[in-house]
Design a protein. Sequence first.
Length: 278
Amino acid sequence: MTRKAVTITKWAAIWIQIAALMVVWTPAATAQNTVVCTFKDSRFTEISGLATSIQHPHTLWLHNDSSGGPVIYAVDSRTCATRATINITGVKARDFESIAVGSDNQGRPVIWLGDIGDNRDSWPYVEVLRIREPVQLASQTVRAKAYRFTYRDRPHNAEALLADPSGPRLWVVTKQLAHGSLYALPDPLRPQALNIASKLRVEDGLITDGAISPDGTKYVLRDYVNAVVYSGLPPGRELARIALPYQFQGEAITWTADSKRLLIASERDDRLLTVNVP
């Protein structure tokens, strides 16, 4: 993408966010929030996704937007210190937008990385990448397994990837101004074929991320100003609508390891915040 195209895309994101703040939203409860820590790593220039580790206590997996390249980071959820850098080979990092931790069909922890951004709604396919969660938190290079998919109607931009913590099921929520949609990816995914996502229902607009709680009892979707908590696995019943503390271009969200609170971060804010769930 040319520098001019990147600049236009960034300004479009800013204007979309301004528009979001001007929309009359469904009333949301104001949630108590706390600054957990501040990221000091200069490489964290556009934090776009967070996921709580299954097998490493007090650890978050984090990635930048596409400008960060095919790299994810293990970060201490109490201090924001970087614990490991994981370089991923065999992928393009076209537009990383979301990260989730789940399990494969043998019950082993895996990291799912969503290369699912498509700002022009034009690509013939997007990808989810599967990475075995490293047993040791040490900087290393790993190879991901890529699964291509598209949507039955047309290409879509998406920034939210959700993973079942107890199995290989995945869901994606598309991002449009008026509304997005919740899609289920095929189970199992076929590595040598173009997988087709199935639409489940319409969701709110401007969804920037989502996450299933580690205990699998609920999940959350967020936009630039609100988060909505649902029961069970997707598609679930709405339980609570929460007004998030403002972070400019706030995109990333995950659950704490005890599944009781939310953690949020932003592409333009170096604070990691915890948000209570009513």
